[in-house]
Design a binder for this molecule. Structure first.
Ligand code: SF4
Length: 435
């Protein structure tokens, strides 16, 4: 079917406009990153009349498709997320003239703001230039009549993020210790279904009252799972957001660490959201900005902080699980280590999360670094010495991820770090016994 026949509307730059009619008729594919969170967030979009579908394929051909259609020098997350979408279109499972792609634009200075342009170039190269690409952002970039980023949608999204954080954090704290294997995974599934139902089919699930009730109920459910009480090596994972969360990006790092009998701690996604909002306030402090803009951003910052506070309080009130640090605490820890103007990529937050993990007992840390990601090499690998100056117990390994890096090499480096972690744990346990 030619472009004329399917009557695509384009703007001055040639970008295909995603119309209201398309919203009704098109399936919108979006790439995987954090599986627990994204399964919930997809349903938030569908509540507003979209037909959003999360891509779950993790086959090795995705990286090859990315390398073929996206410039080889691009950072690895761009290659994988764009590769996953183009691969899905090429594998013949979708009506190409009724499918669109959605990807986020951070609106910052890093390349994550430009993945969408790379995606369009890749689509052209693959003969799919007629597939609309939708930018998901709150900065007003690339508006489309078929996509309204409204306040209720933002509130539902923030609720989805905090629910995802809660399920991920508790699963990670319970799963290695569970006596009856599979109970935490089953509970995650049960709660995902329940929360998706609330956010998709009802008008609830995102008010403060609902969030609080749901978070408390999740904590209570996880507290009922019987645990063996055996001490295990605690490992924190930090890094560029995509390779930190996406199994496709980090060669199933979480599963690998579980196989090594470790407890894994992945800091929550709400920290990253707060970091992105806070950056806009810091920019106004550093470079100036309109009073009204500051008021709006400040409101959003306080709103997201309130949701994170409810999350921390729910865990604290349960009196069973370790309470993750708040965004403000991570920021305070980083004072004097990084300037808060260091905001490209994960910026100062990456160092802050290493400091927080070392402080809270997760001193064994994997710092995941994608190929081509200069900002996170600076605030990740480049800051390890600084973190060790503050926390000499920090046992950190920086691991590079790229299409050519052999998995076995990555795992061997992590095993080396874990052997020291195990030694340290044994020492701590024997010291306790002696006392
Ligand atoms: S932070 Fe790194 S991975 Fe993310 S867009 Fe920037 S360079 Fe790429």
């Amino acid at each position: 079917m030619s472009e004329k026949e399917i009557k695509l509307k384009r703007d001055k730059t040639g970008r295909i406009i995603f119309t209201k009619k398309m919203k009704k008729e098109y399936t919108i594919l979006f790439p995987m990153m954090a599986p627990i969170h994204f399964a919930i967030l997809g349903k938030v979009f569908n509540h507003y009349g979209f037909h959003a579908e999360l891509l779950t394929d993790t086959s090795p051909e995705i990286a090859q498709t990315g390398l073929k259609y996206i410039q080889n020098d691009m950072c690895y997350p761009a290659i994988l997320s764009c590769g996953q979408m183009i691969h899905a279109l090429l594998n013949g499972n979708y009506d190409l003239h009724k499918t669109a792609l959605m990807i986020s634009q951070t609106g910052g200075g890093c390349r994550a703001s430009n993945y969408i342009k790379l995606l369009r170039k890749g689509l052209e190269k693959a003969g799919l230039g007629f597939v609309p690409t939708v930018s998901l952002n709150v900065s007003g970039l690339e508006p489309n009549p078929g996509v309204d980023i409204t306040l209720p949608l933002i509130r539902r999204m923030l609720a989805g993020v905090i629910y995802g954080d809660m399920l991920m954090v508790l699963k990670n704290q319970v799963e290695p210790y569970e006596v009856h294997k599979g109970e935490s995974a089953a509970l995650v599934k049960k709660w995902q279904d329940e929360l998706c139902d609330q956010l998709l089919n009802h008008h609830g699930g995102y008010s403060n009252k609902h969030i609080k009730a749901n978070l408390n109920a999740i904590v209570q459910d996880f507290a009922k799972i019987e645990r063996d009480g055996i001490k295990r090596v605690k490992v924190g994972v930090v890094g560029e957001i995509y390779v930190k969360y996406a199994a496709l990006g980090n060669n199933n790092l979480e599963d690998f660490l579980r196989e090594q009998d470790c407890e894994v701690n992945l800091p929550g996604m709400m920290n990253f959201i707060l970091f992105k909002i806070d950056n806009r306030l810091i920019d106004i402090d550093l470079y100036g900005g309109h009073r009204i803009k500051r008021m709006v951003i400040n409101w959003l910052y306080r709103y997201a902080t309130k949701i994170q506070t409810m999350f921390n309080e729910a865990i604290a009130e349960g009196k069973v699980f370790q309470v993750p640090a708040s965004y403000q605490h991570v920021k305070d820890l980083d004072k004097g280590v990084n300037g808060y103007g260091n905001r490209m990529g994960e910026g100062w937050l990456l160092t802050g999360e290493m400091l927080e993990l070392a402080e809270s007992g997760y001193e064994n840390i994997v710092c995941t670094q994608p190929f081509g990601c200069l900002p996170n090499h600076i605030s990740g690998k480049g800051m390890i010495r600084k973190v060790r100056e503050r926390f000499p117990n920090a046992n950190i390994v920086a691991v590079d991820y790229d299409p050519g890096a052999p998995k076995v090499n990555q795992e061997n480096r992590i095993k080396l770090m874990l052997s020291l972690g195990k030694e340290n744990l044994e020492k701590q346990l024997s010291q306790k016994e002696e006392k």
